[in-house]
Design a protein around this ligand. Structure first.
Ligand code: RFL
Ligand code: PHB
Length: 391
């Protein structure tokens, strides 16, 4: 099998890249190790930055998002039983975000890809990427019990944090930067309307809590828990009681409870693999970088990477200049490190680390106080949350 761009992974990065290339008249093949149902149901991100929304619209992949997505003009910060709203458009010159689940983005992109004739192979596991330093890199893969080879001009590894593409960058030129946080998130989905019309990020002495949503009838919420927590150890009423405590306010706000339909624990880590390119093999999305979810950046960074790659390849085809392609890793990493910085700052400001001292607590409260009283600090949060420009 032969193609111009071999794409490993049908998460948001791989699927959007296939769409962008298709729209530009460049052929690609997507290899995905899981089956379609698994990819469409994997519960993950919920917030699309302004830039991601714009890209999906330009790509012709936003019809359902524009019908069913919920635009949000702010978030609420909760601490010390107080509530503070951060008004995004007022602080950023009109930018906002969209609540539309990653599952739905993936369903929309899969439907478009298959309608256009693919090729998108499910249950096709990439085994190795070979020839990164040559003009014709190859992906060895297994599909329907048979091994095959995909010959490419370029390979883009969109295969997430446990993928194989990363191994194509030789150990002596790669560097890994990482940090593991001593806590995780217990996430739930519940059949109950959201208790607030925007997301609520709460700092509490008992730990962090986040109130989010998936639709007008489905609540998504998270609790900071020890990293080794088993979700099954938490009873439903215990989860609601804990959310109630951590989200407490001095006014009449109340938490709506309902049947919990899913529960899982996510570890929290930061990880960056540099460089994001070796020869004709490129890394995009979680294959190159992980952020803790507190800043809602993972999916948006994946989108940024593949937009940068697609624009660079189109420029090479149209003008003969490979300057953008050569700059791919540096361009993406600059944005990645801004997202790492913001995600780290949000995480450490809002979570209670084991062994945190009263001094640490006061510093967190002073950071929150600064955001709620200094417009420059609040604007910095709003600009970072709504997203960094794509180039
Ligand atoms: P994905 O989505 O992991 O997709 C990688 C795909 O590659 C496939 N694969 C292979 N295929 C073929 N051969 C192989 N050898 C393969 N190895 C792997 C996998 O099956 C998979 O289908 O990576 P991608 O596309 O880079 O997308 C990244 C995002 O999924 C991720 O960053 C976000 O979900 C992170 N994230 C959030 N991001 C946001 O922007 N906003 C949020 O609000 C947000 N919340 C979250 C999150 C992630 C979470 N978890 C579970 C980690 C909340 C949570 C709880
Ligand atoms: C989500 O709704 O899943 C979500 C929202 C915001 C975050 C992380 C996750 O920061």
């Amino acid at each position: 099998m032969r193609t111009t761009v071999g794409i490993i992974g049908a998460g948001p990065a791989g699927l959007l890249l296939a769409r962008l290339l298709h729209n530009a008249g460049i052929d690609s093949v997507v290899l995905e190790t899981r089956d379609r149902a698994y990819v469409e149901q994997r519960q993950r991100a919920g917030i699309l930055e302004q830039g991601t929304v714009d890209v999906l619209r330009e790509a012709g992949a936003a019809a359902r998002m524009d019908r069913e997505g919920i635009p949000h003009d702010g978030i609420e910060l909760r601490f010390d039983r107080r509530r503070h709203r951060v008004d995004f458009p007022a602080l950023t010159g009109g930018r906002s975000v969209m609540v539309y689940a990653q599952t739905e983005v993936c369903k929309d992109l899969i439907a478009l890809q298959l309608a256009a004739g693919g090729p998108l192979l499910f249950e096709a596991e990439a085994l190795a990427v070979e020839g990164a330093g040559t003009e014709q890199p190859r992906v060895r893969f297994r599909h329907q019990g048979r091994e095959d080879v995909l010959e490419c001009d370029y390979v883009v590894g969109c295969d997430g944090s446990w993928g194989v593409a990363r191994k194509a960058v030789p150990a002596d030129v790669s560097r890994v930067f990482e940090r593991t946080y001593p806590y995780g998130w217990l996430g739930i989905l519940a059949d109950v309307p959201p208790s607030h019309d925007e997301l609520v990020y709460a700092r509490h002495d008992r730990g962090f809590a986040l109130l989010s949503m998936r639709s007008p009838t489905v609540t998504r919420a998270y609790l900071q828990v020890p990293a080794d927590t088993d979700a099954a150890d938490w009873g439903d009423e215990e989860i609601w009681d804990e959310l109630d405590r951590r989200l407490e306010t001095d006014d009449a706000w109340t938490l709506k409870r309902g049947p919990i339909t899913a529960k899982s624990v996510t570890p929290m880590r930061s990880h960056v693999h540099e460089p994001m390119r070796h020869g004709r093999v490129f890394l995009a999305g979680d294959a190159a970088h992980i952020v803790p979810p507190t800043g809602a950046k993972g999916l948006n960074l994946a989108v940024g990477d593949v937009v940068t790659f697609a624009r660079a390849l189109v420029e090479l085809r149209d003008t003969g200049s490979d300057a953008r392609l050569e700059a791919y890793s540096a361009t993406c990493l600059r944005r990645v490190w801004q997202a790492e910085r913001f995600s780290y700052a949000m995480t450490t400001m809002l979570h209670r680390a084991p062994g945190a001292t009263p001094f640490d607590d006061r510093i967190q409260l002073a950071q929150l106080d600064r955001i709620t009283t200094a417009r420059s600090a609040e604007a910095d949060l709003a600009e970072s949350y709504t997203g960094f420009p794509l180039d």
